[in-house]
Design a protein around this ligand. Sequence first.
Ligand code: SAH
Length: 285
Amino acid sequence: MTELIIKTRDALIQAGISPKKSLSQNFLINKDVLQRQVDYANVTQEDTVLEIGGGIGVLTELLVRKAQKVLCIEYDRKLAKFLENKFKSYENIEIIHADILKIDLPKANKIVANLPYHISSPITFKILDYDFDLAVLMYQHEFSIRMVAKPRTNDYSRLSANLQYQATVRILERVPKGYFYPIPKVDSALVEIKLLNKELPVAKEFFRKTSLVLFNTKNKLVSTIIYDYFKRELPKEDRLTFRRDLESKLTFAKTRVRELLIEDLVLVTRELVEFLETKPKLLLY
Ligand code: SAH
């Protein structure tokens, strides 16, 4: 047995918990991966680091030694208490006992975390509304594939489009499931996310709304999806004209959603915003 698995089991006993599936409590027990995760993030004395789901604090331990400040969020009351106690002699750490999805995130320039996987998607969308430079995050491997997926592949999704619209995303390494305790069903992966440091061509709220509608049925044509979305709000006699107008307005009307590049989605968004400005009763944005 490795040193870290013993340490993890002891810590869980001390904290008075057994790992909860409902909170995605799978603790990383490979020292080298932990070290590499911190190295990828290149944590220095200049950094304030946000950690989501501190667990028993194995990653936290490495972060607190390198960063200027660590803000560690943990939802499990007993683990939060355990972390408080473990790091009580450090002045550069704040343990925040909260649900990551229910709080305003405190300011930090880096995010380094082994995420609770059951809420990977809402966490990812939440950090896309947050201002940071670099994130090095552990996800389920399958999820990481969707994050980096390109158009025309089955994994291309609303998640891929929104992430790649606002950030560069890269899989750093695949992490075998045996490196966690308890062992989860699937492998994990470390992912790097860097927010793009430039003005976005359309507001991200508009892009997000467009992709929410389109990726619902990504094998259909753009114009069909949008027509179906508004159909019920239109009197029967207006529907045909609406459809024709829509088709003439949208450059990608006859393209399937799964084939749209990010810049194509930008154009769809822009044209759709303009089109709907002429139809004050139809609300999307
Ligand atoms: N960072 C640790 C633990 C990862 S397991 C490690 O590297 O081993 C995921 C952690 O997220 C658990 O400690 C779990 O209690 C916590 N967690 C689960 N749901 C959460 C939520 N909504 N907000 C904050 N933390 C949460």
